[in-house]
Design a protein around this ligand. Structure first.
Ligand SMILES: *Cc1c(COP(=O)(O)O)cnc(C)c1O
Length: 395
């Protein structure tokens, strides 16, 4: 693996106009895109305005198809296993709402589960009588693999967890979960929305049946883009909850056939400019190399955690044996929103993780609202020091 050098980072920053404007430590919210991404989107939209939308799409079919190959390479998958959507939520829903549950069948999830996913479980539990069970954490704060194994019985219909939660630096042991799910023959749905783009993901190692991700976060793509990986064995077993003339073909007045590949989870209409922007972002990350990105992100975040933890009155909240680029903290006696606003007055972008948005976690952790600073490979040590200086003055 090659380690990123200072001159590499300088080049990435030159590619990223936003780095001259702000200290962007809100990459878990929406990262700054490189100019290559913005140009891909805008050039395409301009061409549409001159040539017509359908005509422009026809002229770029190969490039648009290329996006599927890029996302596939990014995840260690085949192009036919990829769906391009407009968000991680849409991707995740496309799989979850295709599953069928009977009364008493179980959904196993994790403590750090994302709010939207938990709400969907509750809705389906109410509607079908399915049961949601939250697997415990081990002492490190990551999903307890032994507890997961203990809960496996003939009634478990789905294992669905979040790889990296929105509210902290934790990395759940997704590969171990995947091995367990595969052995038990239970579908494994992985929310990789925060890990994609900062960690080196490979669906063959993760052994997931489905993986959802978004464009705008660590992938550095445009807003309004998302992607989905599905294993052929899952696609054989489920039919999408909703179909159209793109995800299926009307083959006779009373018959239709569902597309065999990832297209079955898409709809016909899309913003092709954004799709190309997503492709440009994935290509940019692939050119750098995900192992090198992961190394720099985790190293910078570890340093930031250590520097923050040294300030009296500051508590760093990240858990887990393995940690990533998300760093959450609180300042005694200071409201998280005030801290965020104070940082933003110094042109330092962070965000707030509100305690109500992670109810499962909250049952055992009783956290305050937290400031979330999320580091990317294009951030510098000087930028981290700027954040630490502001927090030090506040504390
Ligand atoms: C942001 C986020 C999502 C939702 O992504 P969208 O693209 O906004 O739909 C899902 N899961 C996790 C863990 C997230 O952080």
């Amino acid at each position: 693996m090659t380690t990123l050098r200072e001159e590499d980072v300088e080049r990435f920053r030159r590619d990223t106009p936003g780095t001259g404007e702000v200290i962007h430590l809100n990459n878990a919210g929406s990262a700054l895109p490189p100019a290559q991404v913005t140009d891909a989107v805008l050039d395409y939209l301009r061409e549409e305005s001159r040539r017509g939308g359908y005509e422009t799409a026809a002229a770029h079919t190969d490039r648009i198809q290329g996006v599927y190959h890029s996302v596939a390479r990014f995840l260690g998958a085949e192009a036919g296993d990829i769906s391009v959507t407009d968000s991680a939520t849409r991707s995740w829903q496309a799989v979850f709402y295709a599953l069928r549950f009977s009364p008493g069948e179980k959904i196993l999830t994790c403590r750090s589960e994302y709010a939207s996913n938990a709400i969907a479980y509750l809705q389906i539990a109410r509607r079908t009588g399915a049961v949601v069970e939250v697997v415990g954490d081990d002492e490190s704060g990551q999903l307890d693999v032994a507890d997961l194994e203990r809960r496996l019985d003939g009634t478990v219909r789905l294992i669905a967890i979040t790889h990296v939660p929105t509210q902290g630096g934790l990395v759940n042991p997704a590969e171990e979960v995947g091995a367990i799910a595969e052995r038990a023959g239970i579908p494994f749905l992985l929310d990789a929305c925060q890990s994609a783009g900062q960690l080196d993901l490979d669906v063959r190692r993760l052994r997931c049946d489905a993986l959802s991700g978004t464009g705008r976060k660590y992938v550095r793509g445009p807003r309004g883009t998302g992607f989905l990986y599905t294993h052929p064995r899952l696609r054989e077993r489920i039919e999408p909850a909703m179909l159209d003339l793109h995800s299926a073909t009307w083959t006779a007045p009373d018959a239709y056939e569902v597309a065999p590949d990832g297209r079955r989870f898409e709809t016909w209409e899309r913003n092709h400019g954004l799709v190309l922007g997503l492709g440009a972002a994935v290509d940019y990350a692939l050119a750098i190399g995900l192992p090198a990105i992961e190394e720099r992100v985790t190293t910078l975040a570890a340093r930031l955690r250590a520097d923050l933890a040294r300030i009296p009155g500051v508590t760093v909240h990240d858990q887990g044996e393995r940690k990533c680029g998300i760093v959450t903290f609180s300042v005694a006696g200071a409201d998280a929103t005030d801290v965020r606003n104070r940082l933003s007055a110094s042109r330092i972008n962070t965000s707030v993780s509100h305690r109500t948005s992670y109810q499962y976690d909250q049952e055992v952790r009783h956290l305050p609202d937290m400031v979330r600073s999320s580091v990317h490979y294009y951030n510098t040590e000087d930028e981290l020091r700027a954040l630490v200086d502001v927090v030090e003055k506040l504390a």
